[in-house]
Design a protein around this ligand. Structure first.
Ligand code: UDP
Ligand code: MG
Length: 316
């Protein structure tokens, strides 16, 4: 099979028939063999009913229905697991992404050798203030942290080589950073294609402004996991030792100054009321705690089932 198209959806009943027709037309024109996997993320409208009707009409349609709303990442995870095509395309269900882009995305993966191609909504039809502007900022940060030069990391329209989706695990809200997950797994040929973007015709956006707060926190988590996930002691041990060392030196300095003052008969304040003494002790305690946290994290990792998971590219 050439292409698997994965469509995560949450209350998008009105868009689905049109989306299906459009995809089917593009696939037919280009003579692709394909499947469309609709992942219904616990919709409370008639979405699932509509998918059932599409399924009756066409055997290329497949559907997965969650019992409740788990989020876009969960939907993508299950879609990735089910996908059978050589190239996997993800797209939003709200008709904001155009299926006309699929043939070119397919070509970039199969002929130009990309592992992943992300859409870039260069001209966006979303609210300027609440979406376009924060999104620019978000992408600038993401580019710096991840080192992947994409303009639109969180674009719903993306294409993957099958091997990529079978070897990365999207969970929580990490769908925003799939290119980063792919890069960390060793799939480094990541490309970008300017794609058409359209206004939402039906329904409303499912993500509010809190996406940016959560997005930043998730980015920090991923960065940390990638850098120190396998060796937390390299972080906690270093920071802990430095803090302890500074505290230790400070205590010595405070103590020596007191002794020096005493031996010269100069008046000096009690060590116990010297603020530097308290700061120094605090540094030493925090340093020890961080060090211990590092050891604990190392113990946790020893028991991680994935501690020895490596992606092997080839064996001869
Ligand atoms: N979506 C989903 N589960 C959720 C939220 C959203 O499957 O909990 C789907 C939604 O139906 C759509 C896609 O994710 O197909 C992108 O959502 P939306 O269009 O609301 O995001 P925006 O375009 O506003 O960034
Ligand atoms: Mg949308």
């Amino acid at each position: 099979m050439n292409i698997s198209i994965i469509v995560p959806l949450y209350n998008e009943a009105e868009s689905l028939p049109k989306l299906y027709e459009w995809i089917a037309r593009v696939m037919k024109e280009n003579k692709f063999s394909y499947e469309i996997i609709f992942v219904n993320d616990g919709s409370t409208d008639e979405s699932w009913q509509v998918i059932r009707e599409l399924k009756d009409k066409s055997e290329e349609v497949k559907g997965i229905c969650f019992r409740r709303n788990y989020g876009k990442s969960a939907a993508l995870y299950c879609g990735f697991k089910a996908a059978q095509g050589d190239v996997v395309i993800t797209m939003d269900a709200d008709l904001q992404d155009s299926p006309d882009e699929i043939p070119e995305l397919y070509r970039m993966i199969t002929e130009e050798g990309y592992d992943l191609v992300s859409g870039w909504k260069q001209k966006r039809f979303d609210n300027k203030l609440t979406k376009n502007l924060p999104s620019k900022l978000f992408n600038a940060t993401a580019r710096r942290v991840t080192g992947i030069q994409l303009h639109d990391m969180n674009c719903g329209l993306k294409a993957y080589r099958k091997e990529v989706v079978k070897n990365i695990e999207v969970f929580s809200e990490m769908h925003r950073y799939i290119p980063y997950l792919a890069k960390n797994a060793g799939f480094t040929k990541i490309g970008e294609k300017v794609v058409q973007h359209r206004k939402r015709e039906f329904g409303t956006s499912k993500f509010g402004l809190n996406r940016f707060v959560n997005g930043y926190l998730d980015l920090m988590t991923l960065w940390f996991l990638n850098k120190f996930g396998k060796q937390p002691m390299h972080f906690f041990g270093l920071v802990g030792s430095v803090m302890f060392f500074i505290g230790f030196i400070a205590v010595i300095v405070v103590g020596s100054m007191k002794l020096y003052a005493l031996s010269n008969g100069v008046h000096a304040m009690l060590v116990g009321v010297n603020p530097y003494f308290h700061i120094a002790i605090l540094m030493m305690i925090l340093g020890c705690m961080l060090f211990l946290a590092g050891f604990l994290a190392e113990l946790v990792i020893r028991n991680s089932p994935s501690r020895n998971d490596y992606l092997i590219k080839e064996e001869i």
